[in-house]
Design a protein around this ligand. Sequence first.
Ligand code: SF4
Ligand code: SF4
Ligand code: SF4
Length: 252
Amino acid sequence: MAEEKRIPRVVFAGLASCFGCQINITNIEAHLMEVLGQIDLRYWQLTSSDPMPEEYDVAVIEGAVTTEEAEATVRQLREGAAAVITIGACAATAGIPGMSTEDHAADLAMVYGDAIPAVVAQGAAIPKAVKDVIEVDFEVPCCPIDPQDFVEVLQHALYGSNAYRHSSTLCGQCKNNERGCFYGRETLCLGLVTRSGCGARCPNLGRPCNGCAGLSPDANLEQARRVAERTGVGVDAFDSALRIFNQPEVRA
Ligand code: SF4
Ligand code: SF4
Ligand code: SF4
């Protein structure tokens, strides 16, 4: 008799984040129901108060790792899951929580004064991307994620397709849109160093890219800084913009 195939068991975990990426997933009900029919959703704080189960196949993680407890959680998720998917810039690059500098204690005091909540202070660590703690198989980039991208990546994880990640910078996709370049208008745009994939969504809407998809492996930061200097934008302004979603890269 043929062995019955088990439906993949999926858990969602939220670390330091605004939950915006998870909420964005709930905005695509029709597609979500299609996907939910293919998975056994074992744990999702947004939809149920059931505890995290001991066994699962796919772990979906949102948020940056900002405490020792969060670090232990992602290590445990990695041990239990055959596939780990991160969603959003907070998980992929440390994102907005990652804007904290190496003097993390001073940054916490600046935000909370002397009333730092115990849940924040206990075991607080410099915010890290999930991939800096464990191996990540699939990544859904941007802030917030495009929920259709999530569905596509989840299908890759469920059916064993190769992990596919864009590696070139955004400028190629942007040029296809024929909207001109911000640098010609002395305006900073991080598309020069940002991973492509979003179709240059922001420049196409008339706004510079702020790098939410993370740095492209093809990014040449030094060359980009030279462009910023030559076009009157300035290197300090470039590095300052890079801190919004790519602070660990500025620190490195
Ligand atoms: S990536 Fe953006 S939308 Fe997603 S959790 Fe982080 S801050 Fe929120
Ligand atoms: S506007 Fe931004 S993304 Fe578009 S070509 Fe210029 S630097 Fe690249
Ligand atoms: S254009 Fe840049 S900031 Fe806008 S969604 Fe794409 S990567 Fe993110």
